[in-house]
Design a protein around this ligand. Sequence first.
Ligand code: ADP
Ligand code: MG
Length: 499
Amino acid sequence: MARHLNTIPGRLVLMLLLIHALLMPPLFYVISSTVERTMKDSFIDNVRNFAQVFVDRFDRLEADVTEQRIIELLDSAMLSGQGSYAAIEVGGRTVGSSLMNVQDAGLFREDFAFGEHDDDVYYLSLPVSGLAEPAVLKLGYDESPIHEDLVAVRLTLIYVLSAYLLLTLVVAGFMSATIVSPLRWLQTVSRAISSGDVDRELKPDSRLEEISALADDLERMRRNLVGINARLKEEIAERAQAEADRRQLEEQAHHHERLRSLGTLAGGVAHEFNNVLQPMVLYLELALEDLPADSPIAENLLRVQELARRAKGLSQQILTFSRDDSDPRFVTENLAPIAEEAVTMIRALLPATVDLRIDINPDCSPVKCAPEQIQQLLVNLCNNAHQALSDDAGYISVSLGEVQVSDQLASRHSQLDAGQYVLLEVQDTGMGMDPATQERIFEPFFTTHEVGKGTGLGLSVVHGIVERHDGEITVESKPGKGTRFNIFLPCDGRGEQSR
Ligand SMILES: Nc1ncnc2c1ncn2[C@@H]1O[C@H](COP(=O)(O)OP(=O)(O)O)[C@@H](O)[C@H]1O
Ligand SMILES: [Mg+2]
């Protein structure tokens, strides 16, 4: 209840009821007493005029008028109007109307105001001079019709005032509804906005000046807040992105650092290994020279020599990866013919059933590179791609093109600066890799292949080559969906020397 009283319609109705409760009784009293006075005054005026007419009639009578005639006159006074008493007092004798009860004859008393006595009859007496002796005409008129009329007037007044009060309340209700319903709508929409639906517009269906102005102000506020909100969200997203980029760069740098220290270690081992291997090969050759060609020992020594050559190849690969390789020949050249040559070699190495797709742009800018190493890189990548294809289904694609690395892309890769790059891509539709494998593929000796099938050096060598060319290698892969290696090599002549 108290809740309803605290609403605009509740307050308005309560106030109107209070005002009317205070004003209506005096208003009712003033109107009804004015009407009552007017009705009573006009009753008395009428009665007196009426009585005067009969006084005039008595005045015009002959002196020898009969009592019968007098009674007739008194009867007519009774019949016309609301007469309830008519008598004339002539010389101490009272003659009354025949229409009057005998006992009524003694009721007469003089009234000076309406309703002065309780008998509902207004009595008045007037002197009559036309008769032989001085006479007084006494008349009584029924007051009750006036009382009934007054009751009817008061009832009507109550009805009219009640109808007026009702109409006022209805109008107040309607007015407050036209104010309250757009306000409620504003409230509903404001709530929706505050709980996240910020695109709701605050435009209520109201022609009321104050409400439209309030809604306009609120709408302006909403638009400002939406703008601020959007800017804040953008800023937060930008910061989160910057933070993610920073973390990614840190991880990359850490990864490179780890690979470099592994390279140093592996390079050291390979050097020592080579130092042992080289005299071994030399002594082998000397021993072979001293033996006849058909000696069974020579056959075994030839096998040892073959194994020593493989060991040399391995140590060479490790040195390539560790960047400890005795300096390869760097030239500034278009990569297209180098890649073409490598692809021809790869095609010869792969089974004929493998679908090898080539897309080499011959007009790329020249790159400072060691051609054999680029070829080695392509061979290693294609080799891996082939191993990833199950039953030679799917395809391998090798492409060469030129790209502009944007600041945005450069900011996400520790080894990339914005600028022009030649992009070598090797893609396959093979088995792909999970993120844990991708993490470790460039580590030397990391392999998922069974013993004897993989050395785990292929991608380490690729990584070493890319690093030496001041480039960047990225990998995109999903298990079951294939793998793509992107190798960015700078066009602007930066190379080994700039590192
Ligand atoms: N194209 C590829 N698709 C799926 N996995 C690959 C691909 N290339 C490399 N890998 C994964 O990276 C590992 C390391 O590769 P690599 O250094 O060439 O060594 P290896 O080939 O001797 O195993 C592989 O064992 C394989 O798990
Ligand atoms: Mg490999």
